[in-house]
Ligand binder design. Structure first.
Ligand SMILES: CC(C)C[C@H](C(=O)NO)C(=O)N[C@@H](CC(N)=O)C(=O)NCc1cccc(N)c1
Ligand SMILES: [Zn+2]
Ligand SMILES: [Zn+2]
Length: 159
């Protein structure tokens, strides 16, 4: 996987899930970016129009990128590694029930977004159980802290 050639990245939220108030979606995404910006020199700025490095959308099934979603469960989201065009773009499966800061059954948007943004920055999966980049979602953690394996991974790329 490649890496971004710049530290100041932009993102654009193209649409919102009906599962959560807009405010919670924006907060979850902002917190997920901060997971990575606190341990690197990376900065993330929202742009409200035009093209951004990381285009974020909620979609279900086929959504024109050759990686259709699979309904509820299993695949929850995906992100493209750094690069032009689709690079960095992050898609969340609308078939999931997205939650925020809650123990109700569903998928925590912050946890998944933090994982996906790891991919969007160039991180692959880690086989370290407990790592954020571990392939399997391990549920909502109210006092989440970025595990060392992920800090090491991102600092190896962005120093
Ligand atoms: C082959 C990939 C397209 C799978 C896809 C993924 O890893 N996206 O980043 C995915 O959604 N994997 C699920 C697997 C699963 N249902 O547990 C996942 O939760 N990945 C996101 C995730 C979120 C938060 C933490 C962790 N460790 C993983
Ligand atoms: Zn997609
Ligand atoms: Zn993943």
């Amino acid at each position: 996987p490649t890496k971004w050639k710049k530290y100041d990245l932009t993102y654009r939220i193209l649409n919102y899930t009906p599962d959560l108030p807009v405010y919670y979606v924006r907060k979850a995404l902002l917190d997920a970016f901060q997971v990575w910006s606190t341990v690197t020199k990376l900065t993330f700025t929202e742009s409200m129009h035009g093209d951004a490095d990381i285009m974020i959308q909620f979609a279900s099934g086929y959504h024109k990128d050759g990686y259709p979603f699979d309904g509820k469960g299993l695949i929850l989201a995906h992100a493209f590694f750094p690069g032009k065009g689709k690079g960095g773009d992050t898609h969340f499966d609308e078939a999931e029930h997205w939650t925020f800061n809650s123990s109700e059954t569903g998928v925590d948007l912050f946890m998944v977004a933090a994982h996906e943004f790891g991919h969007a920055l160039g991180l692959s999966h880690s086989n370290e159980p407990g790592a954020l980049m571990y392939p399997w979602y391990q549920g909502y953690d109210p006092n989440f802290k970025l595990p060392y394996d992920d800090i090491r991974g991102i600092q190896t790329i962005y120093g």
